[in-house]
Ligand binder design. Structure first.
Ligand code: CP3
Length: 317
């Protein structure tokens, strides 16, 4: 999950004085940061250190990640000319990505590396709003007020995701995750009309590689069936819907989730029964990848995360 490493002192140390996006362009740092949580926690997979807006910047689009805020676009997209400034990366644009992934795959031994990209809606929300948003008012205004412009933007962002995921898979990533973190802000009707076709294009394009394709968003209880229909092999679930209910909504696919990150601060006596419950409910699905329901809070205690990883592995052995 996003920021798995951010709770670690060793992460803060290597990132000192280097911006997020600069660090994503340095293979030595990408390798080190990706490996840090694997070393500490002994988790069963690594997630590639990057960000959902990184490929836009690698391709020359003016966007930065402001600490404590998130992605901020210099020139929010309002028209077709704005879309023209967004272009998919090619492998030639991102030699550092290929180099970092190849090195990671070799250092990880048998531990799988998960590559990822941002889904068209979630990335579009940053580009249209100009930064993080709670209501996505400008993005929804574009969808409904100028659907042709919206679909052109979302189609371009599908190509951005496809290009970045392709680079990662060709370099050796053994699974991919498409983050539509903020899709839960949409009604099922709007999701189906304005988002699903574009995310489906991404999943379809990655299908020939045969790697598991995971889809995730927050607050997506009402969308789980549609997100599954977009073509994911595995559906990530936040903590709001229990996994047995999620299994009914998703259909027969493995699920990923779904410990509430807030529980990390509740003490082990509260955490253990929650894990037991989640593992039990996860048996309703044909497969279950234990995870948090969203990212690791930066002030989480690494010892608690380590204990959770160990406990889940022991219980699942
Ligand atoms: O654990 C990891 O480091 C995995 C790599 C990863 C990052 N971002 C690094 C990052 C992943 C998988 C992401 C995905 C991402 N980025 C998502 C989708 C996943 C999710 O959490 O829902 C989203 C919505 C973003 C956009 C984004 N980037 C936000 C909202 C923020 C937080 C801003 C803040 O400081 O609170 C970021 C920054 C970011 N991306 C950090 C990291 C490690 C923290 C920045 C830092 O350490 O300086």
């Amino acid at each position: 999950m996003r920021q798995a490493g951010r709770a670690l002192p060793e992460y803060r140390k290597v990132r000192e004085g280097i911006t997020m996006l600069e660090s994503c362009m340095r293979p030595d740092l990408v390798v080190e940061i990706t490996l840090q949580p694997v070393r500490r926690y002994g988790v069963d997979a690594a997630i590639f250190f990057s960000d959902i807006v990184a490929p836009l910047q690698f391709a020359g689009y003016d966007i930065e990640i402001k600490p404590g805020i998130g992605p901020v676009a210099a020139d929010p997209i309002r028209d077709a000319a704005g879309i023209a400034a967004v272009r998919p990366v090619t492998a030639a644009d991102v030699p550092y990505t290929t180099e970092a992934i190849q090195q990671l795959v070799s250092e990880l031994g048998g531990t799988p590396l998960i590559g990822f990209a941002g889904a068209p809606f979630t990335v579009a929300s940053y580009l249209v709003e100009g930064g993080p948003s709670k209501d996505f008012a400008k993005t929804k205004a574009m969808m409904h007020g100028n659907p042709d412009l919206w679909h052109a933007l979302a189609d371009r962002l599908a190509d951005v995701a496809i290009a970045y995921l392709t680079v990662q898979v060709e370099a050796g990533a053994s699974a991919i995750q498409l983050f539509d973190s903020w899709a839960g802000g949409l009604s099922p009707r709007d999701y189906e009309r304005f988002v699903l076709p574009h995310s489906a294009k991404v999943f379809e394009a990655l299908k020939p590689y045969g790697v598991p394709r995971v889809h995730f968003g927050v607050n997506t209880g009402e969308l789980l069936g549609l997100m599954s229909a977009a073509g994911a092999d595995v559906v990530g679930v936040d903590w709001r819907v229990p996994l047995d209910e999620a299994a009914r909504r998703v259909g027969p696919k493995p699920l990923q989730g779904n410990l509430d990150p807030a529980l990390l601060f509740a003490g082990w006596e509260a955490i253990e029964p929650e894990i037991d419950r989640i593992l039990e409910e996860g048996k309703s699905a044909p497969g279950h990848i234990f995870n948090l329901g969203h990212g690791v809070p930066p002030d989480a205690d690494p010892d608690v995360l380590q204990r959770i990883a160990k406990y889940v592995q022991t219980r699942s052995a």
